[in-house]
Design a binder for this molecule. Structure first.
Ligand code: SF4
Ligand code: SF4
Length: 214
């Protein structure tokens, strides 16, 4: 089980700044157990966002958002609501945010910080890309995690060693920052890369050393 905590509402509203409509995704797996993404929390979030002037086009509660096939299937049933939304707000672990991002062509915002593995890892076998850093930055990186997927955990990438979209540590590995760049281009948010990201607060992270899994 991945342990999560909700980000402050102020931070979530900053993510949604300039956006009119949002679709909510909750998780009936770990996030429900953590009381961060179950039905009561999704309903509460819907109310708070509406009070803040946002249109909540709909919501979906998925058994395990980290299961990419299941998430794709469930969100397909909400295609019209998602198409009419500027973005999705995903209330679960970093893996679930990334599976959602992988199956919809919309901006995906994380509502939670993943703070601990707390047990078996999530369902996304091919991905599995969260290192429980405690301060999720997927909003900035287009739903692709540089903490888990860049060999240097870079927050401002790429490093300069990337060649033809591959990581300098192995031609078999994609450069995470190339993936991020491609994704942000697709979302029309490439300007994100013009910002210099401040050093991360690693004291809330459980990880150290190079990533074992990419
Ligand atoms: S930024 Fe990456 S490692 Fe940190 S919580 Fe998000 S997905 Fe996990
Ligand atoms: S080549 Fe890309 S993935 Fe590899 S260390 Fe550099 S920025 Fe990170």
């Amino acid at each position: 089980m991945l342990l999560t905590e909700l980000k402050p509402l102020e931070q979530i509203l900053q993510y949604l700044d300039g956006e009119r409509a949002v679709f909510l995704v909750g998780c009936k797996g770990c996030a429900e157990g953590c009381e961060t993404g179950g039905e009561p929390q999704v309903m509460e979030m819907r109310q708070k966002l509406q009070e803040a002037g946002k249109i909540v086009t709909g919501y979906s509660l998925i058994d395990t958002v980290c299961n990419q096939s299941l998430t794709a299937l469930k969100l397909k049933a909400h295609e019209a609501e998602i198409t009419s939304s500027d973005s999705l707000l995903v209330m679960c672990c970093g893996v679930g945010v990334q599976t959602t991002s992988a199956v919809v062509d919309r901006v995906v915002h994380p509502a939670c910080n993943t703070i601990s593995l707390g047990g078996a890892h999530a369902e996304w076998k091919d991905g599995g890309h969260c290192l429980e850093c405690g301060d999720c930055i997927l909003d900035f990186t287009g739903g692709i995690c540089p903490i888990a997927r860049c060999a240097k955990h870079l927050l401002n990438g790429p490093c300069g060693g990337s060649q033809k979209g591959r990581c300098e540590i192995s031609p078999e590995l994609p450069c995470a920052w190339q993936l991020i760049s491609d994704r942000l281009t697709k979302l029309g948010r490439l300007e994100n890369l013009e910002k210099i990201v401040a050093p991360k607060n690693w004291s809330v992270s459980l990880i150290s050393g190079p990533p074992a899994k990419r």
